[in-house]
Write a protein that binds this ligand. Structure first.
Ligand SMILES: [Zn+2]
Length: 493
């Protein structure tokens, strides 16, 4: 159902030719070092375009539309050139998409130490942050257009499904895209001889950041195998005793970019613990009133493949039977974050009031409220002082809830603790157990708290006589959005 993995990259700089290393240093003291040495692949972007391109190099800051406006004002055009963008400010797929729309031939994305490297703290293993060869992998599939297998838009990628020829797949990026480390980006940035970049474009590398478009020329080559390979979802079903045709779904993905201790295992382990608790209840004679499905998805990282294809294949049945979908995807110490359908805002608040925060002992709801009072806008602070319940965020895309919420219209949650686990390990070789156990959630108590929050929510949804939806909360949210003209979209995989 998806792709490939062969990449080479070369940069030719004026008279000197430099070849990028495109490899991440493996930390020998990490207990995953042997596995990483044997099994990890070179960093790449899933669903990048393929090909070999040569062009002048232009630095585009974070590669968002406003950055191109700055370039245009300074007379720099990226048409026929290769852009170099730093991570941050937007989801990486947007950087590649905007670059292609502006006529760039290729897009290179690098991790500037300003974002999650030495400017933030010591590099792993001395600290939690990126060392100079660390690279953030990730998908550049056109997620705003559609998640799932680009070859089977809107229907399940079953064995015999009709597949589009790759050239007709709308969501595969049109230009080659390559993620590189700050160590590989440094000589590229140094080779530029063009005007100095604006202050806010400058990162933390020890050099003068320039706009590019001068003498520095890059050759970028991306090659992949496009073999069709299966993805493996695991679906466990506990049949409901009273309403077997009403389904409550609880899901998390199991695929990872490399080892994936935090993304996704730190939230998959609580899902499995929740399933084990349900099986203990069942051994004592309990049966949920509604059918509960535990779903462990494959292929989330390349483009929400497992969940989207499964839900597309079962769309008719899900439209008739699915009551709610509860998604998690990664967890760490910190404050409870809940995004989702506001018809379930009241339920989220009730559950958050009874689960204790492991660090402070107050409820996770109380801790959320305190955080909002400290960090929120003046308006949010005022509202939290008068309001008992928590707010949940609206969801964009970026995890397996997408197909359920946005395509099938099923009430959904996306839940996780975040904010206090430190690190730059996301989608790198050092998202390992050792890193997570030191910097993510050292005593795993927030993993337990996540299992408690999701377990209670699933139990309430499965066992309530009347489904615990509150459409007043939903209407109030719409009113609030209308008043404030506010919209927020979260997009990351
Ligand atoms: Zn994930």
């Amino acid at each position: 159902m998806f792709e490939r993995i062969i990449r080479t990259g070369r940069q030719r700089i004026s008279q000197k030719e430099i070849k990028a290393s495109l490899t991440e240093k493996i930390i020998a003291t990490d207990s995953a070092a042997d596995a990483l040495a044997k099994e990890s692949l070179a960093p790449y972007n899933a669903y990048s375009g393929e090909g070999e391109v040569t062009g002048a190099l232009v630095y585009v800051n974070q590669g968002v539309p406003e950055d191109y406006e700055v370039l245009e004002r300074r007379g720099v055009d990226v048409k026929g050139k290769i852009v170099l963008a730093r991570y941050g400010g937007s989801w990486r797929g947007i950087k590649a998409k905007v670059a292609a729309e502006k006529g760039a031939l290729g897009c290179i994305i690098f991790n500037d130490p300003l974002e999650d490297g030495y400017a933030q703290g010591a590099a792993y293993p001395a600290g939690a942050y990126k060392h100079d060869t660390a690279v953030q992998r990730g998908s550049v599939v056109d997620l705003p257009m559609r998640p799932g297998d680009p070859l089977t838009p809107g229907y399940g990628a079953t064995k015999d499904a009709k597949r589009l020829p790759r050239e007709q797949a709308e969501t595969i990026m049109k230009i080659p895209v390559l993620p590189i480390s700050s160590a590989d980006a440094e000589p590229l940035l140094k080779a530029m001889d063009s005007p100095v970049a604006p202050t806010e474009w400058r990162g933390a590398l020890p050099l003068t950041y320039r706009l590019g478009g001068g003498q520095a020329v890059v050759r970028l080559k991306a090659e992949f195998h496009w073999n069709l390979v299966p993805t493996y979802n695991v679906i466990a079903r506990m049949k409901g005793s009273q309403f077997p045709d009403q389904w409550v779904l609880r899901g998390n993905h199991h695929d990872a970019w490399v080892i994936g201790a935090r993304d996704p295992i730190s939230a998959l382990a609580p899902l499995l613990e929740q399933a084990r608790a349900f099986s203990e209840l069942a051994k004592n004679g309990w049966r949920p009133k509604r059918t509960v499905l535990f779903c462990v998805w494959d292929g989330e990282e390349p483009g929400l493949l497992g969940s989207t294809e499964w839900a597309e294949h079962h769309a008719d049945e899900l439209r008739r039977k699915a009551v709610a979908y509860v998604n998690t995807d990664g967890n760490s110490r910190g404050i409870l974050g809940i995004g989702g359908s506001h018809s379930m805002e009241t339920l989220a608040g009730e559950v958050a009031q009874v689960v204790p925060d492991p660090q402070t002992g107050v409820s996770v709801s109380e801790r959320m409220r305190s955080a909002s009072l400290v960090r929120g806008s003046a308006e949010e602070k005022k509202e939290y002082l008068t309001r008992k319940n928590i707010h949940i965020e609206a969801l964009g895309s970026g995890s397996d809830f997408s197909v359920f919420l946005q395509h099938l219209g099923i009430a959904s949650y996306y839940i996780g603790f975040r904010g206090e686990g430190r690190g730059g390990e996301y989608h790198t070789c050092f998202d390992t157990f050792d890193h997570y156990a030191k910097y993510g959630d050292p005593d795993f108590s927030y993993g337990v708290a996540l299992a408690k929050v999701c377990g209670r929510i699933t139990l309430r949804l499965a066992d309530a006589d009347i489904l615990p939806f509150n459409f007043n909360a939903q209407a109030q949210t719409f009113n609030r959005c209308g008043e404030r003209r506010e919209s927020r979209v979260i997009l990351t995989i």
